[in-house]
Write a protein that binds this ligand. Sequence first.
Ligand code: IPE
Ligand code: IPE
Ligand code: MG
Length: 246
Amino acid sequence: MALPTNFNSSSVPEHIAIIMDGNGRWAKKNGKARIFGHKNGVASVRSVTEGAAEAGVKFLTLYAFSTENWNRPKAEVIALMHLLVTTIAGETKTLNKNNICLQAIGDLDSLPSNCQSELSKAIKKTSTNTGMTLVLALSYSSRWEILNAVNSLLIDVKSGKLEQENITEDDFKNYLCTKDIPDPELIIRTSGEHRISNFLLWQAAYSEFYFTDTLWPDFRKENLWEAITNFQNRERRFGKTSEQIK
Ligand code: IPE
Ligand code: IPE
Ligand code: MG
């Protein structure tokens, strides 16, 4: 499926982040168990990744599993981790074919060991790709990330590696998982929920938000392109007045 003819390719966000939500409700609507929704969400990941690359997006971050998601029923967590392993292993070829580089952010050490090894294998195998970067947020939460950054920063201050006086935004950013990734211009959340759920709190300082009622397993590249078009019609002022921007 090609980009719509009226698609404006000149101001596509460099980084789009997505809170992929609504798998459980989608399954329920279809009279199935929650995991059926997660499984069907994989087709959306595939379509959206392809659509983002086609649109010229440089970084696509997908919130796949939060720190808080560990508190779900054990069977769901196990099924999700299994799905993660099989999906990562199964998609590496396609990522390479599409020149996409895979990265991950979050408390990756807390993932099951087979998941960690599949992930690092896929990251390594795709590391020389020069097209879009796909970032999976796994066992991620922004408060975890910020606290982790503060603790690492304190260690460096103590050892004299970093000067204690006047820590700048750039200094701090270097301690976040996203240190090499620009802030997302656009954050999308599916399923009609209007909250951030511990996602990219620091990085979202000036992100535009796009909320849609579409449940994640129904979301496709066309929906992503619609969100990009909506983004393009907004005025981003960064604290200035409208007149200053023009
Ligand atoms: C998003 O779908 C996937 C994860 C959080 C892992 P949900 O599983 O949260 O689906 P709903 O919100 O219960 O419908
Ligand atoms: C946010 O979805 C996390 C992910 C999409 C991975 P949740 O479904 O966990 O969020 P809440 O609990 O409804 O805020
Ligand atoms: Mg949810």
